[in-house]
Design a protein around this ligand. Structure first.
Ligand SMILES: N[C@@H](CCC(=O)N[C@@H](CS)C(=O)NCC(=O)O)C(=O)O
Ligand SMILES: [Fe+2]
Length: 360
């Protein structure tokens, strides 16, 4: 269905926004469309875990309902930030100003840029090179279309964008929108042309404009923060990048777990509390234990959590790093904020030649 591409659709529940990751399995180059600031660690972990190299964080438009994660992605990966050139000086920080007909390549595959204004004057749709996928942003939604009542929106313009630029794509071209408020994930050009209640069937421009002018929607809740934030490409006022933890180089995995590298822990053993959650019999096996580690088996951790010191960040460890990941969940539920799982467990610790007691 997705040709030879690596493809992931991600969802931000707070703003009902879809983010799309597209990667080339050969070159490992990738682009990400419409990131959300608050989902940065999730998106970044997925890019890393799929071993992709991000070339661009692309916007379909300047959003009114959430702040983009593009600047954070650029800080983390060095990728470019792409948005329509039609916004001109209103947008700072973007270094890929896209025009109708441009191509954004990631390895051999590319996305074709189509200008589809109407929801805002700088809305663009990204079409895959085989024309099997269109990322329509808020131009065409599933059984809907983006509102036209702010940010230079214009319903007549949107009518032309949808009919000329989207409905001219093949019927089986899949439509991936910028949002869906009812849990629908994708549609197709043929399906929307037939069934879209705003512009499908025999609707003409008057029908569409009449519909759109009477939507009577409340303004997005966060418009006053979102638009200025997006005009800075998502760069916060103080240009500070949030981190998963301020006490050490903690990484948040796509699974949502906090983990830390063994080398850092070995160098900072006196600043942390190492909590070994293996069964007692395992702790005496040949892998040995980390000097100074407190021993509480995972099966007992909930009952004995009061024994765990709260003065220092807690690093949990087990044989391979799976059970200790669950220990971080239990600790966080018990109110420990500074916790991380030791990546790779005792197996990796030993493999790296880091210090142990009682090992052989
Ligand atoms: N309730 C949402 C606003 C939703 C909204 O206005 N979405 C825009 C896209 S940014 C839209 O075009 N919606 C069309 C519709 O809901 O029919 C919020 O407060 O953020
Ligand atoms: Fe929008």
């Amino acid at each position: 269905m997705f040709g030879d591409l690596i493809f992931r659709q991600l969802f931000d529940a707070a703003s009902s926004t879809y983010t799309y990751l597209l990667g080339d399995p050969q070159s490992r180059q990738a682009v990400i469309i419409d990131t959300v600031f608050e989902q940065h660690f999730r998106d970044r972990a997925l890019v890393e875990e799929l071993e992709l190299r991000l070339v661009a964080a692309l916007e379909t438009h300047c959003h009114a309902d959430h702040v983009t994660g593009a600047w954070l992605m650029q800080q983390a990966t060095g990728c470019r930030i792409g948005i329509s050139k039609r916004y001109g000086d209103a947008i700072q920080g973007a270094d890929l100003r896209l025009d109708h007909g441009d191509r954004v390549a990631f390895g051999k595959p590319y996305l074709e840029v189509r200008a589809t204004p109407g929801h805002t004057d700088g809305c663009i749709t990204y079409v895959s090179d085989d024309r099997r996928m269109a990322f329509t942003g808020d131009c065409l939604l599933i059984r809907g279309a983006g509102r036209c009542d702010f940010q230079q929106g214009n319903a007549s313009t949107l009518y032309r964008s949808i009919t000329e630029q989207i409905f001219s794509l093949p019927d089986d071209c899949l439509v991936f929108p910028g949002h869906d408020y009812s849990g629908r994930t994708m549609s197709s050009v043929g399906e929307e042309r037939a069934h879209n209640p705003r512009i499908g069937g025999h609707a003409d421009e008057r029908d569409f404009v009449g519909f759109m002018e009477n939507l009577n929607l409340a303004h997005p809740k966060h418009i006053d923060v979102a638009v200025p934030g997006n005009q800075r490409s998502g760069r916060p006022d103080d240009a500070r990048t949030p981190r998963p933890a301020d006490w050490g180089p903690v990484r948040k995995s796509y699974a949502g777990l906090l983990e830390i590298e063994p080398e850092w822990v070995a160098e900072h053993l006196d600043e942390v509390l190492v909590l070994d959650v293996r069964q007692p019999e395992e702790q005496d096996e040949r892998l040995g234990r980390i000097p100074g580690a407190q021993l509480i088996a995972l099966s007992e951790l909930r009952d004995r959590v009061a024994e765990v010191g709260r003065a220092k960040p807690v690093i949990s460890v087990c044989h391979a790093g799976m059970r200790s990941a669950q220990a971080t969940v239990i600790l966080r539920e018990a109110g420990f904020s500074d916790v991380a799982n030791l990546r790779g467990g005792m197996l990796l610790w030993r493999q790296l030649g880091l210090p142990v007691m009682n090992g052989n």
